[in-house]
Design a binder for this molecule. Sequence first.
Ligand code: PLP
Length: 298
Amino acid sequence: MDIMHEDRVIIQSLYPAWYEFRVHTLDMLRLDLVHPVISGNKWYKLRLNIMQAKDHGYKTILTFGGGYSNHLIATACTARLSGLKSVGIVRGKYPVLTPTLRNCVEEGMELIFVTKEDYERQGEPEWEQQLAAQFDSLYIVPEGGANEWGRKGAGLISKFIKPHYTHILLSVGTGTTLCGIRNKTNPQQHVMGFAPMKQGTYLTDHIAPHLDQEHKENWSLHDNWHFGGFGKWNPELIAFMNDFYAVNNIPLDIIYTSKMMYGVRDLINNNHFSETDKLLCIHTGGLQGNVSVEGLVY
Ligand SMILES: *Cc1c(COP(=O)(O)O)cnc(C)c1O
């Protein structure tokens, strides 16, 4: 599909003073530039799913998310551009729509609000059959695009990752993107996932079963920089983001990439890396979520 701007994706070197020259290279892969709405990794997790849906004649894409979900708005927009209807199953009630949900509606997505209990039933065949009965030929994408096609699609990001990098760093939510990238990069390259929620290393059990035999090693999860939990932040994180933007001219998102870069700098300062290491951080996008954040200079 040529709706995306892959030619706009660049690798940007961070300003060496920011990391005090403590590693050899610190670059950022700007996947956030791939599309203003379908940002970063979301496009990659969706594209093979959308292809599957179209190839098999499905007319409607249904997926799941919360009120601020980057995945939900990315799905709404991708579906519209691909000529498919979209339905979003939203966890919780929103008498007033969040900016993200408003955008979903503007993209033509039909929203269905369900209780936490019903939301947790995703994946249950019975519930999926009930949903399917309500719509014209339904293709279901799990929350976060976390299926085989999502992982395969995320693997396509590896084309931007040159083999000279010793470490590849990215933020994790479901771990789908990490999985795809681990499977498609050189086994010697260390892939580090930064979880923006408390006790995010539980994701290990979700990731490990999907790694190919020759890519089972050399990856790790880090969950020290959650700032109180998923979707939480404090003035220190905002100040960090503003400083990062001032120095490197890169906007980070409040949910994922800011916490990752905060962690990256902590690790660098604590000599986790050596002076010869070459790091590539992946900017997975998510900037739409910043609209509800106060105090950002960008
Ligand atoms: C969704 C998202 C992630 C997490 O991706 P997973 O494949 O679910 O691990 C990371 N960063 C941003 C900006 C996201 O929107």
